[in-house]
Design a protein around this ligand. Structure first.
Ligand SMILES: [Zn+2]
Ligand SMILES: [Zn+2]
Length: 379
């Protein structure tokens, strides 16, 4: 079963119905984001909740991704697949000077930006499936991401030449303006984003042809990263400065990689322990048997089933599981399951018939056997 199916429905996360308009989505996101922002909400679950809200909004506010989600749910190609970048334009959502918290956090177009504080680009979140083997020994992987990088032609300034960028005269490069208004007997001062330069503090007279004045261009980048051993689904790796460069220069955002560990063909994972079930025939349980199967450490896993073993019991092979983070490895735990032939031949049936008195429990002993079994279980 896919891990992603544990995720909550995006509409449910935002508390809107399936037909919600863009306006309704934004409204729901704004109020939830304010409520659960980790700087405002110290509940232990707030951080995760906040991430969940961001993700739901990123998908549903993108008409293409939303359509895909409506069709395929969380298992859609954009969702569970290799990567999907989440771009949330906080400046569009929260507008100018609305909320210091958000403008500070996301470095968007908040009203408090000044020339002395560089703007910060958006961060990117991608998902990456990694083979189960990586939990065993770590490794290195790569993702390709479409990232806004500084434009080579104008070095990110956005101007065709360095003379084509001027400091905004309306705000003197501050990016914001203070307006004084007389309201009856009061003088009201409001400060907001500069209408001339949209808060950038500079004006481009003749834009760079290559990036049309944006100062950045989208390029596909391949980024290699190391995966630590013991990794599990949901682990996030943050790479500083590998996200988008903001328009007309500034500090690049981060790249966050969320890892999804693929299933192993037969092992289940419980912390550092690896669990599997091994089907064995009745003669193997009675007489004992040694079974050899390949293992994650490239050395064969030798499973010795002792004589008189019981189906439903487990065997432990210590130290061959996953790293436990304290320099040791967990165990491999093998559950013995009784295998019976699906279609026993007539010959087998008649042979079993003759063995019945030796192998089965006679009717008049059955009650005692049940009692013994119960005693064993309770001891
Ligand atoms: Zn350029
Ligand atoms: Zn200005």
């Amino acid at each position: 079963m896919s891990v992603m199916s544990d995720k909550r429905d995006y509409y449910e996360v935002l508390g809107v119905n399936k037909g919600a308009t863009d306006k309704e989505l934004k409204k729901a996101f704004r109020s939830l984001a304010r409520k659960y922002h980790p700087d405002k909400n110290s509940d232990p679950g707030a951080d995760d909740k906040f991430k969940e809200i961001q993700e739901a909004f990123a998908i549903l506010s993108d008409s293409e991704k939303r359509a895909q989600y409506d069709r395929f749910g969380h298992s859609g190609p954009q969702m569970g697949g290799g990567f999907s970048g989440f771009d949330i334009r906080y400046e569009d959502l929260f507008g100018s000077g609305l909320d210091d918290l958000f403008s500070n956090l996301f470095g968007g177009g908040g009203g408090r930006r000044s020339r002395t504080r560089q703007s910060r680009g958006q961060s990117i979140l991608v998902r990456k499936k990694i083979p189960f083997q990586m939990a065993f020994e770590g490794g290195s992987e790569e993702v390709s991401v479409d990232t806004f990088l500084s434009c080579d032609s104008c070095s990110g300034s956005g101007g065709a030449t360095s003379d084509d960028v001027e400091i905004c005269s309306t705000c003197r490069g501050q990016g914001q303006v203070t307006q004084t208004r007389q309201v009856g007997p009061f003088v009201q001062q409001t400060s907001g984003i500069c209408p001339t330069c949209q808060g950038r503090g500079k004006i481009i007279i003749n834009p760079c042809k290559d990036c049309r004045g944006e100062g950045r261009k989208k390029k596909k980048q391949t980024i290699r990263f190391n995966v630590p051993e013991g990794v599990d689904t949901g682990m996030r790796l943050r790479m500083r400065g590998k996200g988008h460069v903001p328009p007309q220069g500034g500090i690049a955002g981060d790249l966050e990689i969320e890892l999804i560990l693929e299933n192993h063909p037969w092992f289940e994972r419980d912390g550092a322990e690896l669990l599997m079930s091994l089907p064995v025939g009745f003669p193997d349980l009675m007489l004992g048997r040694t079974v050899t199967i390949p293992h994650l450490d490239d050395k064969p896993l030798v499973i010795k089933i002792p004589a008189n073993s019981l189906a439903g019991h487990t065997l432990n092979i210590p130290g061959r599981g996953l790293p436990n983070g304290r320099g040791r490895r967990g165990d491999v735990i093998i559950l013995l399951k009784l295998h019976t032939p699906k279609k026993p031949s007539r010959n087998l049936k008649s042979q079993l018939e003759s063995l019945k008195s030796d192998l089965s429990i006679a009717d008049d002993d059955l009650e005692n056997s049940i009692l013994d079994e119960a005693k064993d279980r309770r001891s």
